[in-house]
Design a binder for this molecule. Sequence first.
Ligand SMILES: [Zn+2]
Length: 228
Amino acid sequence: MRPRQLLKTCLLLTVAWSSASGQPAANLEMTIHVHDYAGIDPGELAEAEAFAARILHKAGLRTQWNNCRFRPAATALRGCAAATGGVTHLYIRLLAEPMAGKLAASTTILGMSLPTSRGTFPVDAYVFAERVGVFAEQDRGPVLRLLGAAITHEVGHLLLAGNAHSVTGIMSAQWGPKEKKDALMGVLTFSRRQSEQIRADVRQRMSGSNQRTHIAYDERGIEPNRGR
Ligand SMILES: [Zn+2]
């Protein structure tokens, strides 16, 4: 499937602890399958995922993570479940530059999610992991936290209908030094309203519905903020 539009992953700043929901995770849970085509160290990937899981937990969502790694010598991903889990399963592909370049030529784009038919739940997204690493290392930023944040941003696009970008926080469309700092401090999070929307979306997914009742998913591009 060819993405029709790009969800830009460069994120912006701000978002204080007070903007996080602080809601308990209750029984809301999603399974996130991470397909690693970028050759990330398993321990480092687990750290990035743990960081992402903490951000999502602040929004009131529990997450289970399944990893599978692409091995060049193999003909297929190993340990990867078939994408038959329904809409409570999300699939995040971590790509190195050669594959990322085929999806998004501009190296300023750090990730994207794939649109679905109007009113249905999207489940597929990409994070251009190598670009995230380059972006982080430009000023020796927290690579693993930024990778976790970029994964979370794309998960946010999958769980938030419509234009999910906000001026501040994890869903900022452009990221710069402020986002790096906030990620390092653990305050790059979803807003209270975004957290509420995520919980409502997951609740609907868990109910067995295959159709969103609210606005259609809207693909948006994301780019780095060069001005800050
Ligand atoms: Zn975005």
